[in-house]
Design a protein around this ligand. Structure first.
Ligand code: BES
Ligand code: ZN
Length: 874
């Protein structure tokens, strides 16, 4: 036993080929019984079989082994379970000979409440609360349902049988082939699966209705919803029916299973899970209600469905060899989901919206406490934390960068070969690069290794010279410190027009671009702007010298730049200012040229930057807090006036999303008129739930308006909002309300909302939304509350990745060194491995905020500039 402890991977002396699994869940007692026979290959003579098992009881004397072609049965002399390493070690008297063998095990487990392994979720039917049984195995929880070689590389086939009450729906990865009814129970057996990894196995037992359809490529798709709610599954079904053939064509390989089921699960820790042939979702990520869902909800459903279906190829058919390559799965699915969404809904301008995802990756990867995309994983407990913005969003952004460098067609052809070559197998990052190199003739690994093997990213400093540009790269760090990373940077630039373009690779620290062949353009200064990283397709920031920066401002004001570039310039400038590389005044004068902005993605960025600027000014120069808010409110007026509160006939999806964002921001920034309008409409809505005056897109704005108005002495509106929460059975509406509840400026109301988040009225999966929505005035209360509730929080959420969200949002919003010290001290006595990275990242952020505040406090002349900007007339 000892020799198998502390190993990062299972020994490879024996490998599984086929699992025959029988499960008998007891939905009332929340227990299950299981029986397994595993066909294995003993590759090397060994006395031991070592596999994963956790939280399971192995039935006494139930383990046996026999050679494939003999009847001689061996019984292990010792059966050892190691709870820490989650392994089951079977020791035999004599070495097992090489060759095929069959292993039998019987076991028992609990349908837990942790939303992982084989767990229970609850639902209401005719007012009665009932249990369903659901699986969530990724990354390493199949071992909580049955003993197995629980590593992605150990692909095997699965023949699954489930016994359940006769009136329940029973689903698994494959179609059922037989149902045997025996009194009140039935035994459902499923077709044997193709080769697949354990983390993709799925079983659901519950009560559902479904709708179904067949795609143009002949794929049978069903969407399972709560009983009576199938109309809410229609949109996701349509997306799936169009997406499957799109991917089949794009990847050059058809969808490989005979059916695809998608199902909404009431208690679910992630957003969705790509189980092969049986994709599970949170209700908010699958269901769409014509009347009560917002445009943003619709987009979310489409993106999540497209993401999970992408995994059916990228992840399920071709699987990462080990979790170090998780980014291949998640980065790729994220990138491809945008490709599919763009194909289905070109009017959503989803690639413009993608710049926002890249920005999220920039935020995390600007920290010293970030990590490389390819990250070492030594223990199962470390896997959860790498499902983060680095794997997903930096991953997706790098793929976008590579695609635009190689060209879309060449890139796709490479992918087709990759999928064909590794179908039903496993691959590493370098395997993908090798195929793409073959296809393109470029040495892709040389370019990409600098991006995937080291953390961070560069800022390229661009200075105008007589005949062109001087470029220098250095690592961008949000703290402003100097990092020593270097990258191979694909430089693109446009000069005066999108027609005039140059591409180059920056290999070393410095380089240059000659622009003397473009002399003519220089004639008119307004049109002689220079923009690097055209379309924001690459993963670097740019710092321009004052001359280029001023011309870019004019170009933005004159409407000459695309939305992605307007976004990039704003976000890069924000990032450089908050890292104290540029004065706040530079950011303010840039923001000022976005007054006529109407693009959804750019305005969302302006709003976010606006919140940050408002916070830093309020903390650094409290006397200017009102002015900075007024300045930002004024910036949003143009769009606000165009959009109003009511939908405009025939308006675009993006305008519908924008309306909600702008109005919510205006309320949060304290725009009195917008707040009053929100209150008025909420009151109409209270009397008439079907009023046209409060469509789903603007409800969040009205709810925040309500809460901004609630004080300890008058909480009636809070109670009314809670009643709306209690009444609705649409998860999206519940989440919208939860996200507004703590936005009151009154700390005692914030506390009450936070307490409510822990009550039985809020599912464990949703509590954190209340925390996310805490007002800036409530930051101290939020932190106090978190400390008081730490024991409960760590008990309830400590075993999964959800705890990281509690930690990061509870400590966010502070801007002093003292607070950073206090928080650091607090967590130094509460070390749990699953939050280690999050804690260090959060503390780093706090210190960066503190430094910015200090810097802004010292900046000369800011009060006057803000005064000027706030009251300027246009
Ligand atoms: N494979 C993940 C689900 C997952 C996440 C499992 C974390 C285990 C731990 C799934 O494909 C996924 O990425 N879901 C996303 C939604 C997606 C649209 C980004 C999610 O859960 O948020
Ligand atoms: Zn995914």
């Amino acid at each position: 036993m000892e020799q198998f402890k502390g190993l990062p991977r299972l020994p490879t002396t024996a490998v599984p080929r086929r699992y025959e699994l029988e499960l008998r869940p007891d939905l009332d007692a929340c227990k299950f019984d299981g029986k397994l026979t595993i066909t294995l290959d003993v590759v090397e003579e060994t006395k031991y079989l070592v596999l994963n098992s956790a939280d399971l009881v192995i039935k006494d004397k139930s383990v046996w082994l026999r050679g494939k072609d003999t009847t001689k049965v061996l019984v292990p002399s010792n059966v050892g379970l190691d709870a820490e390493d989650e392994i089951l070690v079977l020791e035999f008297e004599e070495a097992l000979p090489r060759g095929k063998a069959i292993l039998g095990i019987e076991f028992q487990g609990t349908l837990n409440d942790q939303m992982k392994g084989f767990y229970r979720s609850t639902y209401l039917i005719n007012g009665e609360k009932r249990n369903m049984a659901v699986t969530q195995f990724e990354p390493a929880d199949a071992r909580r349902c049955f003993p197995c070689w629980d590593e992605p590389v150990c692909k095997a086939t699965f023949k699954i049988t489930v016994q359940a009450p006769v009136d329940r729906v029973v689903l698994s990865n494959m179609p059922s082939i037989e149902e045997k009814i025996d009194g009140a129970s039935k035994t459902v057996s499923f077709e044997e699966s193709p080769l697949m990894s354990t983390y993709l196995v799925a079983i659901v037992v519950g009560e559902f209705d479904y709708i179904e359809g067949t795609s143009a490529a002949g794929n049978k798709v069903r969407v399972y919803t709560e009983v009576g709610k199938t109309s809410q599954g229609k949109f996701a079904l349509d997306v799936a029916l169009l997406t499957l053939p799109f991917y089949a064509k794009y990847f050059g390989t058809p969808y490989s299973l005979p059916k695809l089921d998608m199902i909404a699960i009431p208690d679910f820790s992630a957003g969705a899970m790509e189980n092969y042939g049986l994709v599970t979702y949170r209700e908010t990520a699958l269901l769409y209600d014509e009347k009560h869902s917002a445009a943003a909800n619709k987009q979310r459903v489409a993106i999540v469905v497209a993401h999970e279906l992408a995994h059916q190829w990228f992840g399920n058919l071709v699987t990462m060899e080990w979790w170090t390559h998780l980014w291949l799965n998640e980065g790729f699915a994220t990138w491809v989901s945008y490709l599919a969404a763009d194909h289905l809904f070109p009017e959503w301008k989803i690639w413009t919206q993608f710049t926002d995802q890249t920005m999220e990756a920039f935020r995390l990867d600007g920290l010293v406490e970030s990590h490389p995309i390819e990250v070492e994983v030594h223990h199962a407990s470390q896997i959860d934390e790498i499902f983060d913005a680095i794997s997903y969003l930096k991953g997706a952004s790098l793929i976008r960068m590579l695609e635009s460098y190689l060209g879309a067609q060449c890139f796709q052809k490479g992918l087709v070969s990759y999928i064909k070559r590794y179908a039903c197998k496993n691959a590493r990052t370098e395997d993908l690069w090798a195929v793409l190199s073959e296809e393109s003739g470029e040495s892709v690994n040389e370019l990409m290794d600098s991006w995937t093997k080291q953390k961070g990213y560069p800022v390229v400093i661009a200075k105008r010279t007589d005949d062109g540009l001087e470029l220098e790269q250095s690592q961008y760090l949000s703290s402003g410190a100097l990092g020593d990373g270097q990258w191979v940077v694909p430089i693109t630039l446009c000069y005066g027009s999108y027609e005039v373009r140059k591409n180059a690779l920056l290999h070393g620290k410095v380089g240059g671009v000659n622009l003397s062949d473009f002399k003519l353009v220089e004639a008119s200064s307004q049109s002689s702007w220079i923009k690097l990283n055209v379309g924001q397709t690459a993963f670097y920031r740019v710092q321009y010298d004052d001359v280029i920066a001023a011309r870019l401002r004019s170009a933005i004001a004159a409407g000459l730049l695309d939305a992605t570039d307007r976004f990039g310039i704003l976000d890069d400038t924000y990032a450089l200012c908050s890292a104290c590389k540029q004065p706040l005044s530079a950011l303010l004068s840039l923001m000022d040229v976005y007054r006529q902005e109407l693009d959804y993605t750019v305005l969302s960025c302006l709003i976010n930057v606006g919140y940050k600027v408002s916070r830093v000014v309020s903390d650094a120069i409290p006397d200017s807090a009102a002015q900075v808010k007024l300045f930002i409110i004024n910036l949003l007026q143009f769009a606000a006036e165009k959009l109003g509160w009511d939908p405009i006939a025939g308006e675009s999806h993006l305008d519908a999303m924008l309306r909600g964002e702008i109005l919510t921001a205006l309320v949060a920034l304290g725009h009195e008129e917008t707040k009053q309008e929100g209150l008025k409409r909420f009151n109409i809505f209270l009397n008439d739930r079907s009023t046209q005056l409060l469509p789903a897109d603007v409800r969040k704005a009205a709810y925040v308006a309500v809460m901004r108005n609630v004080t300890a002495s008058d909480k009636s509106a809070y109670e009314s909002l809670l009643n709306v929460y209690r009444e609705t059975d649409l998860s999206q509406e519940k989440v919208r309300i939860l996200g507004s509840l703590a936005s009151s400026p009154d700390p005692s109301v914030v506390r009450e909302a936070l307490d409510f988040s822990m009550s039985p009225e809020v599912r464990n999966q949703d509590a954190v939304y209340v925390l996310f929505g805490t007002s800036s005035e409530g930051r101290e209360t939020k932190w106090l509350w978190f400390k008081e509730n730490w024991d409960l929080i760590s008990k309830r959420w400590g075993s999964g990745f959800m705890i990281t969200r509690f930690v990061s949002s509870s400590v966010s919003g502070f801007t002093t060194e003292e607070k950073a010290d206090e928080i650091q001290a607090y967590f130094s006595t509460r070390k749990i491995p699953s939050i280690e990275r999050t804690v260090s990242q959060s503390i780093e952020r706090l210190r960066i905020n503190a430094q910015w505040v200090k810097n802004v406090r010292q900046e000369k002349g800011l009060e006057d500039i803000l005064q000027e900007l706030a009251y300027r007339k246009y």
